[in-house]
Unconditional design. Sequence first.
Length: 261
Amino acid sequence: MTDPAHDPSAASPADPVAAWRRAAPDAVLLDGFHALKHAVRFGAEVLVAVTADRAAALALADELAGDVRDTLAALLTQVPYGTYAALVPRPHPTAVAALAVRPGRAGNLAKLARAPRTAPVVVLDQPRNLGNAGAVVRLAAGFGATGVVTTGTLDPWHPTVVRGGAGLHFATAVERLTVDELPPGPVFALDPEGEDIRSLKLPDEALLAFGSERTGLTAELRARADHLVALPMRPQVSSYNLATSVAMTLYHWSATGGAPS
C-alpha cells in the first residue's frame, strides 16, 4: 500500500493550476521551499502549493523542517517543471511555490500598536531596494521584533521582498504606513550625526527608523524622531548596507536587555 505522504499524486487539488490562477490576484507568492516552510511554521493559510519534484521537496523537509513535514506533504502537489515555471516570475532552485492568504491589515496594525511592546518596530523610511527590504524582514523575525513598517511606494509584500524574507513575513507584522500612521513609541532614527548607539539603551517600545539606501531619512521622519542615533563607523567609510544597519541596531537592542522570543 502506498504511503500518502510519499505518493506524488496524494493530497492534491483536482486542478492545481486552476486553483493557482483563482487565488493568484490577491494571494502572497511563497517562492521556494524555505518561504513555504517558514510560512507554514508561522501559521499562514496556504491556498495551493506546487513543486516540480515532490520527492526532493519532502527530502528537504525531512532534513530541515521535520516539525512541518507532514503539513508540507499534505499541501504539495507535483506538476511538470514547465507548468511550475509558468506560474512564477523566475524558477527557484528548489522548484517549490505556493500561494497564501495575506494577513489582514487590521490585525497587523493591532500588533504594531499593542502596548506595552516587548520588542521594537523597525521602520524603513522610503526604502528602494526590494531585496534589502526582504533581508530586513528576515532579520526582524529572527530577533523577534514586533514588526516591520515601510513608508513610501515600496510594497513590503512584493514577491521579491517575500522571497528575500524567506517567507518570514508571517512571523512578524509587516505593513506600509505613512509617517503620520506610525504606531506609538519613541522614534530612534539612525543618522550619522546622531549620538553613538553604544552609549544608549534602546527601549522595547522603540521605533527604530532607517533611511533609504541613497538619500537617508526624509525630512518628515526626521521631524518625528525623538532621538538621532549613529552606528560606529571607521572614518572615510561612506555607509553600511541597510540590512547590515538594521542587524547592528537590533543586536545592540538585544545585547542591552532585549532578547529574541
